[in-house]
Design a protein around this ligand. Structure first.
Ligand code: NAP
Length: 242
């Protein structure tokens, strides 16, 4: 169903982004793989081994002009932009009373402004095409809040508002926009947590296991195949938020 389509995945060198890029490649999509600092040759080869093309593009999604250029490159290379997964994200955890301006700004700029930049530029192509699926990576933290993550929670709550607004604006031309709210997924982002923090997380997960990057990637593929779901936040969290 997705064969021959073009999927742009941001922050796709590792973790959830890499799993999503691979999942779309397995569906037959050509991949525009945005990476920030570096991407391994093996990752690109793994994608290409699915008999699809992979265009690696280095850059920072918080840069408005870079976001425009990646969208332009996708269209030029593959002729369309069908799926956008806004996955790039960072954390800079700190209690609110001690949080620096830089810690707040950097998380908002990468997570929320980066998502806006990509949606802003990709949607103009998708509106002209009269088709497209945008999938934004939110978090359960954007719904529940979390001590020590006021910056991150604000960015993810912002992504949910952005997703619903974009869904309303883009629906008239058949373009969908949804968010995924993962719970605790085992990636480099969560590897920095202490054993105590991880155990507390596990205790709060009814399904009693951490999420895998593939659990999130599978839902991204599912959403990209739907034409009658928009403006939704799909929780993929083992039941953390009900
Ligand atoms: P990860 O392993 O740390 O991967 C994040 C990726 O984003 C990295 O490849 C990183 O590249 C890239 N990135 C960071 N800043 C960027 C920028 N300015 N421009 C482009 N790319 C950038 O994290 P993850 O766990 O896979 O998280 C992926 C997404 O899921 C994030 O939005 C995160 O907030 C969300 N999420 C994760 C969890 C979880 O439990 N892991 C839960 C809920 C939501 P560099 O390393 O090169 O900077």
């Amino acid at each position: 169903m997705l064969k021959g389509k073009t999927a742009v995945v941001t922050g796709a060198a590792k973790g959830i982004g890499k799993a999503a890029a691979l999942a779309f490649a397995k569906e037959g999509c050509n991949i525009v793989l945005n990476y920030h600092s570096s991407v391994s040759e093996e990752t690109i080869q793994e994608i290409e081994s699915c008999n699809v093309a992979c265009l690696p593009v280095q850059g920072d999604v918080s840069d408005f002009n870079f976001a425009a250029s990646i969208v332009k490159q996708a269209k030029k290379e593959f002729g369309s932009l069908d799926i956008l997964v806004n996955n790039a994200g960072i954390t800079r955890d700190m209690l609110l009373m001690r949080m620096s301006e830089e810690e707040f700004d950097s998380v908002i700029n990468t997570n929320l402004k980066g998502c806006f930049n990509m949606v802003r530029h990709a949607s103009s192509i998708m509106l002209k095409q009269r088709s497209g699926s945008i999938i934004n990576m939110a978090s359960v933290v954007g719904v529940m809040g979390n001590a020590g993550q006021a910056n991150y929670a604000a960015s993810k709550a912002g992504i949910i508002g952005l997703t619903k607004s974009a869904a309303k604006e883009l629906a008239q031309r058949g373009v969908t926009c949804n968010a995924i709210a993962p719970g605790f997924v085992e990636t480099d982002m969560t590897a920095v947590l202490t054993e105590e923090q991880k155990e507390a997380m596990l205790a709060a997960i009814p399904l009693k296991r951490y999420g895998k990057a593939e659990d999130i990637a599978d839902v991204a593929v599912f959403l990209a195949k739907q034409t009658y779901i928009t403006g939704q936040v799909i929780h993929v969290d083992g039941g953390m938020v009900m």
